[in-house]
Design a protein around this ligand. Structure first.
Ligand SMILES: [Zn+2]
Length: 185
């Protein structure tokens, strides 16, 4: 590239070139210290007999992980790592109803309709209120309540728990102290 060529370009092109240069720079840096998605995924979960509980960051009670520069649901990434790609527009749903679970054996792919049919089949509809995970729009399950209480006993604050599980402070407080979910030991 001849000297002065860069300076002779219109500003918009110079900005674009600088932007591409910066992207290449950061991409190279990321590759040098590269940890694979597989490694990062496995460093952020705790396996139990059944569910694999996500210990990384969460949104609305679902695990999240950075994948290809975007924030993705950890359970969806799990499905893709173990079972294969999921077409856009399809959902990865939980057989176990544990939002924090990323065990590929507990996941299935469905449409939005399957998702609501599954919820109906499991009794999670407005007409069938019940305690615990069968109540409408429940975000907690026996397993997540155990996880919540464990973190609470280890000193995680109610504000952090509230963010982590996507629940109000009072819902967290009640579940953590046993006012609700008393049947879970
Ligand atoms: Zn599970």
């Amino acid at each position: 590239m001849a000297k002065g060529y860069f300076a002779s370009l219109p500003e918009s092109e110079r900005i674009e070139m600088a932007r591409k240069g910066a992207i290449a720079h950061w991409r190279q840096k990321a590759e040098q210290g590269k940890t694979t998605l597989w490694d990062r995924f496995h460093s952020k979960l705790r396996k139990t007999d059944g569910c694999w509980i996500w210990t990384g960051s969460t949104v609305r009670g679902y695990g999240c992980i950075r994948s290809e520069g975007k924030i993705a649901y950890a359970h969806r990434v799990s499905y893709e790592l173990f079972k294969g790609a999921v077409a856009a527009g399809l959902y990865v749903c939980h057989h176990c109803d544990v939002r924090l679970c990323v065990n590929p054996e507990h996941l299935f792919v469905g449409t939005a309709n399957d998702n609501s049919q599954d919820a109906k089949r499991k009794g999670r509809t407005r007409n069938n209120p019940a305690r615990g995970e069968c109540s409408p729009h429940a975000k907690l399950t026996d397993i997540t309540v155990r996880e919540l209480r464990k973190l609470y006993s280890e000193g995680m604050t109610q504000a952090d728990l509230s963010r982590r599980f996507g629940l109000s402070g009072s819902a967290i407080r009640n579940a953590a102290t046993g006012r609700t979910w008393a049947h879970v030991q």
